[in-house]
Write a protein that binds this ligand. Structure first.
Ligand SMILES: *[C@@H]1O[C@H](CO)[C@@H](O)[C@H](O)[C@H]1NC(C)=O
Ligand SMILES: *[C@@H]1O[C@H](CO)[C@@H](O)[C@H](O)[C@H]1NC(C)=O
Ligand SMILES: *[C@@H]1O[C@H](CO)[C@@H](O)[C@H](O)[C@H]1NC(C)=O
Length: 254
C-alpha cells in the first residue's frame, strides 16, 4: 500500500519533471519506481511528511547510503577489473618472458649438444688414429708396411690383426701403383691372399671371397701344391710356401 503510494508519487514527480524539462532535454526518469533514488526521496520527503508516512520507511539517508554503497561497489568493481586486467597483462608478460627463457634455454641446449657431438667426433677420430697410428694413408687407403722384421704368412697375418687391420689385398691397379711407390725394390711382401682352401682359387683373407685384383709376374702363379701364399715383389704378385719369412703389408679394415 505504502510502496504503491511512493511509486505513484514518483510517477507524478517524474511527470512533473518531464513536463518542465520536455523542451530542453529528455526525461531523466524512464522507470520512476525503480529509478527513484536518493534525489527523488529527498524531494518527496516533505510530501511524505505531509502525508504522515513513517519516516523510517522512506529514510532518504538510508536510500542515499544504498546509492553510496552502490557507487562504492561500482568503484570497487572497476578497481577489481583494472586489477584483473593488469594481472592479465603481467601474466602475459611473464608468459612471454618464460617463452623467451625457454627459447634461450633450448638454444643453449642445442649449442651444447652440437659441441658435444663435435667432441664425440673428435674422440672417435682420435681413437681411430690411435688404433691405426702406425698406418699411413697411401692413395685412398691406410697401410702399414713392415720394412724390418720378416715373418711367415700366418704370423704376419696375426701381426696385422693385432694392429687392428689385416694383411693387405690390393683392390685395383691404382691401389697397386700407389703402394708400389712406397716399397723397397727386390723385397718380398706378404699380401692377404692365398689358395689354402682350394688350389688355384686365390681368396682375399679379409672378405673370404676371390681376390679383387691379381697381377701375376711372368708365367703366372706356380701350380706347386705348397705354393699357397701370395707376395708382392717389384710390383708383381707371386705365390710361395706360407712358412717362409717375408716382410708384409697391413691394411686397415674398411
Ligand atoms: C534514517 O535511518 C538511519 C539509519 O537506519 C537512522 O539512524 C535515522 O534515524 C533515520 N532517520 C529518520 C528521519 O528516521
Ligand atoms: C640467454 O641467457 C644467457 C645466460 O643467462 C644470457 O647471457 C643471454 O643474454 C640470454 N639470451 C637471450 C637472447 O635472452
Ligand atoms: C710361423 O712362425 C711361428 C713363429 O716363428 C711358428 O710358431 C709357426 O709354426 C709358423 N707357422 C708356419 C705355418 O710356418
Amino acid at each position: 500500500m505504502l510502496k504503491s503510494a511512493i511509486a505513484l508519487l514518483c510517477g507524478l514527480l517524474a511527470l512533473n519533471l518531464c513536463g518542465a524539462w520536455a523542451e530542453s532535454m529528455s526525461c531523466p526518469l524512464k522507470d520512476p519506481p525503480s529509478q527513484c533514488g536518493g534525489y527523488c526521496l529527498g524531494v518527496l520527503m516533505p510530501v511524505l511528511n505531509h502525508l504522515n508516512i513513517p519516516h523510517n520507511l522512506a529514510n532518504s539517508s538510508k536510500a542515499n547510503e544504498v546509492i553510496v554503497r552502490q557507487y562504492t561497489m561500482e568503484g570497487q568493481l572497476t578497481a577489481l577489473k583494472d586489477k584483473q586486467l593488469s594481472t592479465e597483462v603481467a601474466l602475459d608478460a611473464q608468459g612471454r618472458k618464460l617463452d623467451i627463457n625457454e627459447q634461450n634455454f633450448t638454444d643453449r641446449l642445442n649449442g651444447l649438444e652440437s659441441i658435444l657431438s663435435a667432441l664425440e667426433e673428435t674422440v672417435i677420430n682420435l681413437e681411430t688414429k690411435m688404433k691405426y697410428f702406425r698406418f699411413e694413408q697411401i692413395g685412398s687407403k691406410y697401410y702399414y708396411i713392415e720394412k724390418v722384421s720378416e715373418k711367415n704368412w700366418s704370423d704376419a697375418s696375426k701381426t696385422c690383426r693385432n694392429m687392428g687391420g689385416h694383411l693387405a689385398d690390393i683392390q685395383d691397379e691404382a691401389d697397386l701403383n700407389a703402394i708400389k711407390a712406397n716399397l723397397q725394390r727386390d723385397t718380398h711382401y706378404w699380401l692377404g691372399i692365398n689358395d689354402l682352401k682350394y688350389k688355384g682359387e686365390f681368396l682375399s683373407m679379409s672378405t673370404g671371397k676371390s681376390a679383387p685384383f691379381l697381377k701375376w709376374g711372368s708365367g703366372g702363379p706356380s701350380q706347386l701344391d705348397t705354393f699357397n701364399c701370395v707376395f708382392l715383389y717389384n710390383g708383381e704378385m707371386h705365390n710361395y710356401p706360407c712358412k717362409y719369412n717375408f716382410q708384409f703389408i697391413c691394411q686397415t679394415e674398411e
